[in-house]
Design a protein around this ligand. Structure first.
Ligand SMILES: [Fe+2]
Length: 404
């Protein structure tokens, strides 16, 4: 479990994780991964002006103070899961996962090509044409409408090298998947997909040395970073006939529920639906993505961390529904059952978020077994007892989830 703690509560024995969040959201979040081993280290972190850290409880070897334990208690309890299927991810799937995968892969490939070309043209100052963006997003909406799991699995489990582009695509897909859970219309989903695709386009106007700076951004550098939503909105407004909702999603995706975001420090009641959705899925993707400077968090822990920020960074109702939408054990989660067997979640089940469909590949000692698919919702036992990090076992979920 991950926990955000103020720097003044930092102690020797706490394990700091690099979530990757500080680059966009908060330069005052210390994010050099590792165990805190000396008071000098803590003093240096404070002297550098950092205000918060995120610690991994699993690797922290010191007992927490009462104040920190209190926030720990409130941070990891997921919302009560209703048995209603109203917010189920898969709904009435029109196609099977295996039938949908090639179609989803084609739609994702088209979006990747479009985003890559579009971003390159923006950087080169070429004339930009956004007219194809709606059709590109429509391909995602079509696939998600038929079967959300294929698109979601591909975008989050396949590893692509180019984070800049794949992050935009992932945000677009996650936004559409969640929008479907909310029951938005096809037209709204299409616009949401476009907004997600373009949400960080303003970063093309931020100098590379700031975007890729390995250390803490100075206050001036962060001020420049904070211009990217407004620059993106202005860019899109100038070059295209995009709706106000799409532009709002781009402009306000770093605003936060408690008014501590940017660029306008808007609070929840001043924010429209698109910024709330894009902002939330943006963070989820950043947490779960692997970067050159950090491992990706496993989905279950990322959602747990976000739940710790419920009512602060994220509106409680939306976060609860997002967690229900993805499932407590999202597609691709590597899980251990109480009978010792281990495998991957290959399909979430609407009415049974704690008992998804899993495919088992390993025994308790990580020896390979004959793969077996098990719909846990059909039985009362076995049960999932924990989520594991596949990186710890040097295995890639995509090699297993999509195995036929
Ligand atoms: Fe951004």
């Amino acid at each position: 479990m991950y926990l955000k703690v103020p720097v003044h509560d930092l102690e020797i024995g706490m394990y700091v994780v690099n979530t990757g969040l500080s680059r966009d959201d908060d330069p005052n979040l210390y994010s050099v991964e590792g165990l805190i081993t000396s008071e000098a280290e803590i003093r240096a972190i404070k002297a550098d002006g950092y205000q918060e850290v995120i610690i991994d409880m699993g690797r922290t070897i010191v007992r927490l103070h009462a104040s920190v334990r209190q926030s720990e208690d409130s941070s990891h309890t997921f919302p009560t899961i209703e048995t209603s299927a109203a917010c189920g991810m898969s709904g009435q799937n029109q196609t099977s996962l295996s039938d949908e995968l090639p179609k989803a892969e084609k739609a994702l490939g088209e979006m990747l090509f479009f985003v890559r070309e579009f971003t390159r043209d923006v950087r080169l100052g070429k004339q930009i044409d956004v007219s194809a963006s709606g059709a590109i997003a429509e391909g995602v909406v079509d696939s998600v409408s038929r079967n959300s799991q294929a698109m979601l699995g591909l975008c989050k489990l396949k590893s692509f090298d180019e984070y800049t582009y794949t992050h935009s695509i992932n945000v677009s897909v996650l936004a559409v998947v969640y929008g479907k859970c909310l029951g938005l219309s096809r037209e709204q989903l299409r616009e949401l997909g476009v907004s997600g695709m373009f949400h960080d386009i303003g970063k093309t106007a931020v100098p590379e040395q700031i975007l890729n700076k390995p250390g803490k951004l100075t206050a001036d550098e962060f001020e420049i970073m904070k211009t990217h939503p407004a620059k993106g909105r202005a860019m899109l407004f100038r070059i295209g006939d995009l709706s106000r909702d799409i532009l709002d999603g781009v402009l306000h995706h770093h605003e936060r529920h408690n008014g501590k975001g940017y660029p306008n420090s808007l609070t929840a009641n001043q924010l429209g639906l698109f910024p709330k959705i894009i902002g939330m899925v943006d963070v989820y993707d950043a947490l779960t993505s692997r970067r050159c400077y950090k491992q990706g968090m496993i989905p279950n822990k990322a959602l747990s961390l976000m739940f710790g920020l419920r009512g602060e960074d994220f509106e409680a109702g939306h976060l609860d529904r997002f967690i229900k939408c993805l499932g407590i054990y999202p597609l691709g989660s590597f899980v251990r059952l109480d009978n010792g067997l281990r495998g991957f979640v290959v399909e979430t089940v609407d009415n049974s978020p704690l008992r998804p469909k899993v495919k088992l590949f390993f025994d308790n000692a990580m020896r390979k077994i004959t793969p077996e698919e098990l719909d846990l919702s059909d039985y009362t036992t076995p049960a999932i007892i924990e989520c594991l990090d596949p990186a710890m076992f040097d295995i890639n979920p995509a090699d297993y989830v999509f195995a036929t």
